[in-house]
Design a protein around this ligand. Structure first.
Ligand code: UD1
Ligand code: UDP
Length: 355
């Protein structure tokens, strides 16, 4: 069950592991939460994910309307297919709908990337994670801290399986394919640059905060070129602020890039500034320092080891200073996220317990 960009990347590795085993049928369902070619089709093509068996084409809407449409359609699909496991990934509205639809039909649900917490219920993702974790039958936890979070919420230890992070599997597998790949849009790897991504609702939907973030990125770009592949949500929010021409003149704006281009941009970056969950980890996998434009993160181990620095998205001066300070400070990569075999472990568990 997938629907949004980060889920295509996570599911690519679980799907690969499933397809490597005999006698297993995977029914891939795409909710259609993300639908632009640059937010969806490019990942299926590049990562060689099989075409979805179902595309529910729910599109964009308010949380209730979007999740409700998914629920109604997923119920029909699950009833028709009667799978032995329903596998959901991450923390989007597609995760929430998949979990609820399956659980209400008494189907077994497995949650990949379970146990992450920001402890900020104002984030839609936090609500989605908490519900998915408490309703699922097995929780695939990527880290020690994720496992501890689940236990602290009273989830039975026998439901929790430590697997490592499927995003490390994806990083390792696909990085091997881009050794000689040129950077997108003529970005020059020999000139240090900052890579930025911004898309969190808390950052884009509050005009004052988005203005502060853009001011910080503009200040940084006076010192170091800044490359900014832009999520459609953020592009629309910048248009509403009426600042798109000024921003486009100062920053290197790109449309959302495919995963291979993104890995390539990450590994050559001098520093990454982001509010993405996945990008924080990929910065660490790449040995590149990360500045997270949020006051909290789910991936606290990265802050503890010094790979990632949190900075308030309301304080443009602090953001600009922190990003500039971290330019070129390489970080040591380690084994916080496992060994790159999380997908295989997940599939081992699912097959061993298939009824
Ligand atoms: C969603 C997830 C978020 C995840 C992110 C990954 C929820 C609540 N949020 O946020 O956790 O980090 O995906 O990228 O599930 N849009 C397009 N084209 C698309 C998709 C979206 O133009 O293909 C625009 C629409 O204006 C839409 C807006 O982006 O209203 C937001 O899309 P939505 O899927 O609701 O949330 P994301 O911000 O993408
Ligand atoms: N990503 C991508 N192209 C982009 C921006 C991000 O391929 O233009 C990838 C990124 O490498 C990571 C994933 O998308 O693997 C993260 O997704 P996103 O930032 O949309 O969501 P989050 O991880 O915050 O839920």
């Amino acid at each position: 069950m997938v629907g949004a960009r980060p889920q295509f990347i996570k599911a690519a590795m679980v799907s690969r592991a499933l397809r490597s085993r005999d006698g297993v049928r995977e029914v891939l369902v795409h909710t259609g939460q993300h639908y632009d070619a640059a937010m969806s089709a490019v990942f299926f093509e590049e990562l060689k994910i099989p075409q979805p068996d179902y595309n529910l084409e729910v599109g964009s809407a308010s949380h209730g309307a979007q999740t409700g449409r998914m629920l109604a359609d997923l119920e029909r699909v699950i009833q028709a297919e009667r799978p032995q496991w329903v596998v959901v990934h991450g923390d989007t509205n597609s995760t929430l709908a998949g979990t609820l639809a399956a659980a209400k039909l008494h189907m077994r649900v497995a949650h990949v990337e379970a146990g992450l917490r920001s402890f900020n219920r104002a984030m839609p993702e936090e609500v989605n994670r908490v519900v998915a974790d408490h309703v699922s039958d097995v929780l695939f936890a990527p880290t020690d801290i994720a496992e501890a979070n689940l236990k602290a919420e009273g989830i039975a230890p026998q439901k929790i399986v430590r697997t490592g992070d499927v995003m490390l599997d994806a990083f390792q597998f696909y990085s091997a394919l881009i050794a000689d790949k040129p950077l997108p849009a003529g970005v020059d790897p020999s000139t240090p640059y900052v890579l930025a991504t911004v898309h969190r609702a808390e950052n884009t939907d509050d005009p004052a905060r988005l203005r502060a973030i853009l001011d910080a990125l503009l200040a940084v770009a006076k010192q170091v070129p800044l490359v900014f592949p832009i999520h459609p949500r953020t592009r629309k929010a910048i248009e509403q602020l009426g600042r798109q021409e000024h921003i486009a003149a100062q920053l290197r704006l790109l449309p959302p890039v495919g995963y291979l281009d993104m890995l390539n941009l990450e590994r050559h970056a001098a520093v990454i500034a982001t509010d993405s969950g996945g990008v924080q980890k990929e910065a660490y996998f790449s040995g590149v320092p990360c500045v997270t434009l949020r006051t909290e993160t789910e991936w606290v181990e990265l802050v503890e080891c010094g790979a990632n620095t949190l900075v308030s998205p309301d304080d443009s001066q602090a953001m600009a200073q922190t990003i500039c300070k971290r330019v070129g400070q390489r970080v040591a990569t380690g084994s916080l996220y496992g060994d790159g075999r999380a997908g295989a472990r997940i599939v081992d568990y699912l097959l061993a317990s298939a009824k």
